[in-house]
Design a protein around this ligand. Structure first.
Ligand code: PLP
Length: 369
């Protein structure tokens, strides 16, 4: 029996996938964080053009210059942040950025703080880097607990916090005041914030998105075309931060990946510089689905907070009910997959059509009545 490295054997395959095995072939899939829209035509056309023009070789390790400049422009225009193109590293999705950033910063034994419940990757990436995952409980309203975070930061071993707003799996969006308080507390303790902003475009009602880097230079901004432009399979994202971290992170990318796919980078260039109307269309549809799903769940007596962003609802459902719902052909994810405090909840993705959401609600009703 081969002995594998502990940093790999100590992490698990994501709990989200396990649910797929328990459901039948006609199951409605509300389990995935994947937009059900197709990538907009102008973006697909840009990729085809890149192929026919022969833009198919390796690119710079840090990504094509035009895309780094387009991301710097986007961050200035939409987020009010000043980065030069050299302060932008193009990565293989938000995942590639999280990996490169965490691996660049975290020394053996240092802690990586993130919220519990929270996105599945943060703890595993911390372990892969030799660090220690340090999940911090959300408040009962599923928002960040600033006091608990301050306490976690005061521990001299904390190096990084991953801040994710709008959040997966809760759908919550943090206020500017909360984000400012977290960034400032982190700065006081020498902690770097990685701001995972992949759901920035999906905020509903009067909820406003604010980039964490607005409040300090101890922030690395991470984002991707994946969710915004329905491009999860294209694998393009970025990190933007001070020149020093980009210079370290590019080495990780150089030796693990060489560069993100050239063709996908040209598609991402069109995504950031071309017509943005498709994003508004998708957002309006998610907003309508949010209303449909939340009102349907509440009518059945299921307790659920109104999600403020992303495309997830996080209702209170015990593990037994979740198992029954999956057996009745609606794939949802037990909250426990997102951390110990996710127990008693489930994540439902509304990246599913309104017809499918209506049918899913009927099937859930059969289980809960
Ligand atoms: N961050 C969060 C909060 C996510 O939910 C996801 C994907 O589900 C990612 C990052 C990874 O994004 P990408 O597909 O761009 O790697």
């Amino acid at each position: 029996m081969t002995d594998f490295a502990k940093r790999v054997t100590s992490i698990d395959i994501s709990g989200i996938r396990k649910m797929f095995e328990a459901a039948g072939p006609n199951a409605i899939n509300m389990g995935l964080g994947q937009p059900d829209f197709d990538t907009p035509e102008n973006i697909k056309a840009a990729a085809v053009r890149a192929i026919t023009e022969g833009k198919t070789g390796y690119t710079n390790n840090a990504g094509i210059d035009e895309l780094r400049a387009a991301v710097a422009d986007k961050l200035k225009r939409e987020n009010g942040l000043e980065y030069t193109p050299k302060q932008v590293l193009i990565t293989a999705g938000g995942s590639g950025a999280l990996h490169a950033a965490i691996s660049s910063l975290v020394e053996e034994g240092e802690k990586v703080v993130f919220n519990n419940p929270g996105f599945v990757s943060y703890g595993s990436l911390a372990k892969l880097a030799g660090g220690v995952p340090a999940p911090v409980a959300l408040r009962p309203d599923l928002h960040l607990d600033v006091e608990a975070l301050k306490e976690a930061f005061s521990d001299k071993k904390t190096k990084v916090m991953v801040l994710n707003s709008p959040a997966n799996p809760t759908g919550m969006v943090e206020s500017a005041e909360t984000i400012r308080a977290v960034v400032e507390a982190a700065a006081d303790s020498g902690v770097t914030i990685l701001s995972d902003e992949v759901y920035e475009k999906f905020c509903y009602g009067d909820t406003k998105f604010v980039s964490a880097a607005t409040f300090g230079d101890n922030v690395v901004t991470i984002n991707a075309v994946s969710k915004t432009y329905a491009m999860t399979g294209w694998r393009v994202g970025f990190m933007a931060g001070n020149q020093d971290i980009i210079e370290q992170a590019v080495k990780i990318q150089q030796y693990s990946l060489a560069c993100p796919t050239s063709i996908a980078q040209y598609a991402a260039l069109e995504a950031y510089t071309g017509d943005q109307s498709s994003v508004e269309v998708m957002k309006a549809e998610y907003a309508a689905r949010r209303e449909l799903l939340i009102s349907g769940l509440r009518e059945m007596g299921i307790e659920v907070a109104m999600p403020e962003g992303a495309f997830y609802a996080f209702p209170k459902l015990d593990a037994e009910t979740v198992t029954k719902i999956v057996a009745n052909d609606v794939i949802i994810t037990p909250g426990l997959a997102f951390g110990s405090l996710g127990d008693g909840y489930a994540r439902m993705s509304y990246a599913a059509s309104q017809d499918n959401i209506r049918e899913a609600l009927k099937r859930i009703q059969q289980v809960v009545e």
